[in-house]
Design a protein around this ligand. Structure first.
Ligand SMILES: *[C@@H]1O[C@H](CO)[C@@H](O)[C@H](O)[C@H]1NC(C)=O
Ligand SMILES: *[C@@H]1O[C@H](CO)[C@@H](O)[C@H](O)[C@H]1NC(C)=O
Ligand SMILES: *[C@@H]1O[C@H](CO)[C@@H](O)[C@H](O)[C@H]1NC(C)=O
Ligand SMILES: *[C@@H]1O[C@H](CO)[C@@H](O)[C@H](O)[C@H]1NC(C)=O
Length: 507
């Protein structure tokens, strides 16, 4: 049994002999929808027949064929002859008058379309990708082809009337060829041309094509360095242009198109926009400027004439937030709010200066001009956090809390003495009141002590507690560390001041 691999290296006679044998022995099988694999003794069939999407397929791809086998099913609606060795269109093709899809990609064709294809009224897709065409010539015969794939050839010249013979042509793929330039009117007669793919060629500027019908043009990866203000004026229906991965360094003032909606300028070398750049694109809706050389944060006025702008991509630029003017904030808001236009908000980050690297435009602005607002937020966060901890401590020492309720005595003095110049921190006093009965001379637990502001600085001022433990309190007190107990006793003068303060408050 011949393996796939050895088949490809068997040319001519052997192959034809096998084919002939096959078709002789099993003529009935040829017309079957799918030829069964008849065991180890026989090679796979040259062509397989099957039905897909209600189309009858005849698949003879990857067979190293130089001509078509005899007695194929000429009713096939899709004929796949890709990756063979055809150097010209096989004459037997003329028998396939029902064909709708003809795939001859991956061969070595150089010849113009055979005239018999004219009769194929159903032929809508012709795939000639990856062949050896170096030019595409005009023809006197009209074809019904709607979709023509000429990608991956070596085409460098196209006749000015080449596509006039395909009035129904809608999608044309000329990517990966060697086109440096095209006459502006080359597609003018293809009245139904909708999508044109010219990526991976060698244009140096955006060609000013004349076409009434074209809606989508791809010129990505074409080494284009120039686009003129009038480059798009000849395309009166254009909606989408892909100019990504070129070498455009600057955009002209006022690129004109009354219809353009999507402009892809990603991965170029553009560094500046002005208020006039997009001023003549009234329907611009999607703008891709990823991977360019922008540093200066844009101004919202750049988009004043683009009321329909809804999607902007800016990732991969190195924004400088230098200056920190309010424009930073306005543009940030314009792009992120009402409605958000930026797909990836995280791409609005400062690259320089170094003190705000990785911060968003908004953060950089606020940090520079309103540093208190952000710190207020963090204070609030801290207060909430402290509050939670206090809550936990309260519940963890219920016994102490109960006791203080029974004998309420303000510990205000404690905090008061601890504060400089008697300034107290009111919110904390409330919680401490519950737990520190100073008349009993009971000290706070270790946990409580931690919570009391600046308490350790004035630990000496606390009442004399070490020797006054009562039995009720002992359990709770167990948690205290030895260190607490060995602290020096408070000084007498301070104790007095505590008691005095407490008395004043009670009165
Ligand atoms: C198929 O086409 C070839 C060449 O045009 C022709 O000689 C042959 O008779 C055709 N076969 C059938 C079955 O129509
Ligand atoms: C043409 O064939 C190539 C390779 O076989 C394939 O990648 C491409 O999608 C085909 N084009 C069309 C229009 O079917
Ligand atoms: C183009 O399409 C129309 C409508 O589908 C059809 O009538 C016409 O014959 C086609 N043109 C060619 C050259 O096949
Ligand atoms: C960062 O440095 C710039 C000077 O380069 C200064 O104007 C700005 O205020 C600084 N911003 C912050 C948040 O420190």
């Amino acid at each position: 049994m011949l393996s796939e691999h050895s088949q490809k290296h068997h040319n001519g006679e052997v192959r034809v002999a096998v084919q002939t044998l096959w078709t002789w022995l099993l003529p009935a099988m040829v017309t079957a929808r799918v030829l069964p694999n008849l065991g180890d003794g026989l090679d796979e069939p040259i062509c397989r027949t099957y039905t897909l999407d209600e189309l009858l397929y005849l698949d003879c791809s990857d067979r190293g064929l130089t001509e078509l086998p005899d007695k194929l099913n000429y009713d096939a609606q899709a004929l796949l002859l890709s990756n063979n060795n055809f150097v010209s269109f096989p004459v037997e093709l003329s028998n396939f008058s029902q064909v709708e899809i003809l795939d001859l990609s991956g061969n070595r064709l150089t010849s113009p379309l055979p005239t018999f294809l004219r009769k194929f009224q159903n032929l809508h897709t012709l795939n000639l990708s990856n062949n050896n065409y170096d030019s595409w010539l005009s023809s006197d015969t009209e074809y019904n082809i709607k979709r023509l794939d000429l990608s991956k050839n070596k085409i460098n010249s196209i006749d000015i009337k080449a596509f006039a013979s395909m009035p129904n042509l809608s999608i044309l793929d000329l990517s990966e060829n060697r086109i440096y330039d095209l006459p502006p009117t080359v597609f003018a007669d293809a009245n139904n041309l909708d999508i044109l793919i010219l990526s991976r060629n060698y244009f140096s500027e955006v060609p000013n094509f004349q076409t009434q019908s074209l809606r989508s043009l791809s010129l990505s990866n074409c080494q284009i360095a120039n686009i003129n203000a009038g480059s798009l004026t000849g395309m009166s229906s254009i909606l989408t242009i892909d100019l990504s991965m070129n070498q455009i360094e600057s955009l002209p003032d006022g690129i004109v198109s009354n219809t353009l909606q999507e402009l892809d300028l990603s991965y170029n070398e553009i560094s500046v926009l002005t208020d006039r750049t997009f001023s003549a694109l009234p329907h611009l809706a999607v703008l891709d400027l990823r991977g360019n050389e922008f540093r200066d944060v844009w101004s919202t006025s750049h988009f004043a004439s683009n009321p329909y702008l809804r999607e902007v991509h800016v990732k991969g630029n190195r924004w400088s937030c230098e200056g920190f003017n309010v424009n930073l904030l306005l543009t940030y808001e314009y792009l992120t709010k009402d409605p958000p236009k930026i797909a990836d908000r995280a791409s609005l980050i400062c690259y320089s200066p170094s003190n705000v690297t990785q911060l968003s435009w908004q953060q950089a602005y606020i940090l520079t001009w309103h540093p208190n607002e952000t710190s207020m937020q963090s204070y609030t966060m801290m207060a909430v956090f402290v509050g939670i901890i206090i809550g936990i401590v309260i519940t963890s020492c219920v016994c102490r809390g109960l006791m203080s309720i029974n004998k309420p005595e303000t510990p205000r003095a404690t905090t008061e003495t601890s504060g400089i110049n008697g300034i107290t921190t009111q919110p904390r006093v409330e919680s401490v009141i519950m737990r520190i009965p100073l008349t009993e001379d009971l000290p706070p637990s270790y946990d409580e002590a931690l919570l009391m502001p600046r308490l350790n600085a004035s630990f000496h001022s606390l009442p004399d507690f070490v020797d006054d433990e009562d039995t009720f309190d002992r359990q709770c007190r167990r948690s205290r560390s030895i260190g607490d107990l060995t602290e020096p006793r408070p000084r007498v003068g301070e104790r007095r001041s505590i008691r005095r303060t407490v008395e004043i408050r009670i009165n």
